[in-house]
Write a protein that binds this ligand. Structure first.
Ligand code: PEP
Ligand code: MG
Length: 545
């Protein structure tokens, strides 16, 4: 049925319209016959095919920057993974099946293992499938699935995009992105924002839409069929406005524009992008696949490498946020029926004070060594009592500036008491949305609930902003909400004093704040908080401009 208008979650602002190009789903399952005449020769084809795919991804990575380069390099490493190659080779010889079929089976085995590990690991399944299909296409000499070469500027419509596909997009040819799956914190959303391509995710029925051309609104989330001869429109260039590198509104209200990082490469990218510091260093990203607790000296070296580019600048280091979507192998946590509601974040530290104390010691050492102006904060704090417990321990380790994340509604509701216990708070809007709406942040089916423009979420942010003002202490936002240039104005108007985001969004957010006064931000905040729906909130703020 022809659906003239669909809607989803706008995750990267801007309006564009033009011809639709649908992205091929995935390649056909390769057959297990005919049996190769010479299984050893057939097996020997796997490694060169994998290397060719890895080399192509690396070449694309070399031409990219920031998040895109990092994602492409990671995917290239997956393609060249010796474990995948040798397993496929063994399948060819042991089962006498064609190389393409063997790659298919070997990769699916890895994907199943990752899916059953759940959470962050499960998110990598999309990458494995992407690598699998690229190697198979190479072996069969066919066009790899994914984004076709675009002849003219087009709107891409896909079920979901592999991170490597999104990272390799040419912003000059892609007018907008529309996906059926994905959420506001998916790779597609993060990269679309950093490439400044309007994007709408979680659009049910997008692939079945018969329109030859569509208009996409990355703010309201609307995707409308338009006449195929309608003029092609690319997104406004407003995000490219000048920014002098100091986060503030045009009338001087200071709002620090900071970056989220997880590795030394991110820190360099963030410094190059002009971030004023780091608002969230996700330390667990250093140790996702380490099976023994790293020694204090090793941790200190790893943290120093990330802090280095920010010597003399503010950096907030978050203690390990393990559990749920980011299980840490070395903590060997017990299986839980509801990991997102279980022993995660600071709750792990209550059970393993030694792990926390050793990490705090390493952070204090790295702060001294790097010269960065380090603060420390704990994830997933639910009560003021927990905040006080953490602050005592962090101060005892010699870290003088201590804060906590507000990611659980109970912490937002008691922000005054939480602020009494610490020096600052930082709102993790990704998890705060997940727990406010009881909606898994990784699930496309509930993405509209995890939309950071939801007025219920903004009202919790407002409570924290008011409490921070009353207590005279800073309150930042370090969830993906901070990366949306329009929403950044709303957050500022709600009393937020720093915004931390992926490096790609730093310039656009800085420029967005510089273009308005604080009174404009307060007006935007008032309109968004009073709106009945997320869509109405976006529309009201876009109208104010
Ligand atoms: C958040 O929850 O918003 C956040 C910043 O933490 P993470 O995304 O690492 O859970
Ligand atoms: Mg979080």
């Amino acid at each position: 049925m022809r659906e003239p208008q669909l809607s989803g979650v706008g995750v990267s602002p801007g309006r564009a319209s033009g011809p639709v190009v649908k992205v091929t789903e995935s390649i056909e399952e390769p057959a297990s016959t005919p049996a190769p005449d010479d299984p050893h020769a057939e097996a020997a084809r796997v490694a060169p095919a994998a290397q060719a795919v890895a080399a192509r991804l690396e070449a694309t990575a070399a031409a990219a920057t920031g998040d895109a380069a990092m994602i492409l390099t990671t995917t290239a490493a997956m393609a060249a993974d010796p474990a995948l190659v040798s397993q496929a080779e063994q399948l060819v010889t042991a089962q006498r099946i064609p190389a393409a079929r063997a790659v298919y089976e070997a990769a699916n085995g890895f994907a199943t293992a990752l899916a059953s590990a759940g959470g962050y690991m499960a998110e990598r399944v999309r990458d494995i499938h992407d690598v699998r299909d690229r190697i198979i296409a190479e072996l069969l000499g066919i066009e790899p699935p994914g984004v076709p070469t675009l002849e003219r500027p087009s709107v891409l419509v896909a079920r979901d995009l592999a991170p490597a596909d999104t990272a390799a997009l040419d912003p000059g040819k892609v007018l907008a992105l529309v996906t059926e799956e994905g959420g506001p914190t998916s790779h597609t959303a993060i990269l679309a924002r950093s490439l400044r391509i309007p994007a709408v995710v979680a659009v049910r029925g997008a692939l079945a839409m018969e329109a030859e051309a569509v208009a996409v609104d990355g703010v309201t989330g609307e995707v409308k069929a338009v006449d195929r001869d309608a003029p092609v429109v690319s997104a406004t260039e407003s995000a490219r406005a000048e920014w002098d590198g100091v986060g503030s509104t045009s009338d001087g209200r200071r709002v620090k524009v900071l970056a989220n990082v997880g590795a030394p490469a991110d820190a360099l990218t963030a410094a190059e992008a002009g971030a004023e510091g780091v608002g969230l260093f996700r330390t667990e990203f250093c140790y996702l696949d380490v099976d023994v607790e790293p020694a204090v000296a090793d941790q200190k070296a790893a943290y120093s490498a990330v802090l280095g580019p920010f010597a003399g600048k503010p950096v907030i280091v978050r203690t390990l946020d393990a559990g749920a979507d980011k299980p840490l192998v070395f903590l060997a946590q017990e299986d839980e029926p509801n990991p997102a509601l279980g022993v995660r974040g600071i709750r792990v530290s209550f059970e393993r004070t030694g792990v926390l104390d050793r990490q705090l010691e390493a952070i204090a050492g790295a702060a001294e060594e790097s010269g960065a102006d380090v603060s420390v904060m704990a994830p997933m704090v639910a009560t003021a009592e927990e905040a006080a417990w953490f602050a005592d321990r962090a101060r005892a380790s010699g870290l003088s500036r201590v804060g906590v994340m507000i990611e659980v509604p109970s912490a937002a509701l008691t922000a005054r008491e939480v602020l009494d216990a610490v020096d600052f708070v930082s709102l993790g809007t990704n998890d705060l949305a997940q727990y406010t709406f009881a909606a898994d942040r990784q699930l496309g089916a509930v993405a509209t609930l995890n939309d950071p423009w939801q007025p219920a979420l903004l009202r919790l942010v407002a409570l924290v902003g008011e409490a921070a003002k009353e207590k005279g202490k800073p309150a930042g936002v370090c969830g993906e909400a901070a990366a949306d240039p329009l929403l950044a104005r709303v957050l500022t108007g709600l009393g937020i004093t720093s915004l931390s985001m992926n490096a790609g969004a730093v310039g656009a957010v800085g420029a967005s704040l510089a273009a308005v006064t604080f009174a404009d931000c307060e007006r935007a905040a008032g309109a968004a908080v009073a709106a009945p729906t997320a869509r109405a909130a976006r529309a009201a703020v876009a109208e104010i401009g």
